[in-house]
Write a protein that binds this ligand. Structure first.
Ligand SMILES: Nc1ncnc2c1ncn2[C@@H]1O[C@H](COP(=O)(O)OP(=O)(O)O)[C@@H](O)[C@H]1O
Ligand SMILES: [Mg+2]
Length: 260
């Protein structure tokens, strides 16, 4: 039996009268890549927020590495080994690509810049180590040659890779990616797929929220499907792909779009 890294137990989130996430349970085994899919409004982003602690659950529990995290704030969860990327990339304009990854590695690097000006051998040594680690991550995502470029000069595809480098710099046990392929062109999506495959081979546990069904089917060992707040499937990609409940949820979405 594989060790469980993340356990979501009856997670529920209400927004007034609306139940955005309705008693959803699933587990991610260590080293597994788990996908979370579902039509618009299914509750995927809310689920992501419940796991990362951006929003509290209305009911249920979140366990991470055997510890109950249900009431832990977001800033307490990331040092435990959870790292996430954002659907809308949040990077600092005016700083270089390398500096952005360094910020991810060391959240207090920002005031570190000021303190570094004051000198201090320890601080200098720490900054050297931080820089080396950040460069290693940029090299991993294939952007080492863009380290000194400013964030404004990067394409969306490159920004997503910088964000992944930033998340990886923390050395997470669970990497959570929120729609990493959104807005990418075909070449960038392929490149992202190759990178995720490398991380998966290295045994990194992952949770991917994604709209692109083909992309997620290739990238994951298991897929959890949500529809209107409820989990409707939880299986290997091949079986999820042919599940009548999943197919009708997606067809229902298309019909709803067509009616608009
Ligand atoms: N902050 C919020 N306040 C009220 N309703 C929300 C809020 N966030 C999400 N919802 C609602 O919860 C449901 C699930 O949304 P969401 O988790 O964003 O779905 P998905 O990411 O699968 O598209 C939707 O009906 C959405 O309108
Ligand atoms: Mg969403």
């Amino acid at each position: 039996m594989t060790e469980t890294i993340l356990k979501v137990e009856g997670a529920t989130r209400r927004f007034g009268g609306l139940v955005a996430v309705n008693a959803v349970s699933f587990e991610i085994g260590k080293g597994m890549a788990c996908g979370l899919i579902g039509p618009n409004g299914a509750g995927k982003s809310t689920m992501f927020d419940l796991i990362t602690g951006v929003r509290p659950v209305s009911a249920g529990d979140i366990w991470f590495k055997g510890q109950r995290m249900t009431n832990a704030p977001a800033h307490a969860r990331s040092p435990m080994g959870m790292a996430r990327t954002f659907q809308i990339v949040r990077l600092f304009r005016g700083l270089s690509v390398l500096e952005n990854v360094m910020l991810g590695l060391h959240p207090r690097f920002a005031d570190g810049i000021i303190r570094a000006l004051l000198g201090g051998k320890a601080r200098a040594a720490q900054e050297t180590a931080t820089r080396a680690r950040a460069m290693e991550m940029l090299d991993f995502v294939g952007l080492a040659d863009r380290a000194d470029a400013r964030i404004e000069e990067m394409t969306l595809g490159q920004l997503r890779l910088v964000d992944i480098a930033r998340a990886l710099a923390l050395g997470p046990d669970l990497l959570m990616l929120d729609e990493p392929a959104a807005g990418l062109n075909d070449a960038e999506t392929d490149n992202l797929g190759v990178m995720l495959e490398r991380l998966r081979k290295q045994g990194l546990s992952m949770l991917l929220v994604e709209h692109d069904v083909d992309f997620i089917m290739n990238a994951c060992d298991r897929i959890v499907v949500m529809d209107r707040g409820t989990k409707i499937a939880d299986d290997v990609p091949a079986r999820v792909r042919t599940d009548p409940k999943v197919i009708s949820a997606y067809i229902g979405q298309r019909a709803a779009h067509a009616a608009h």
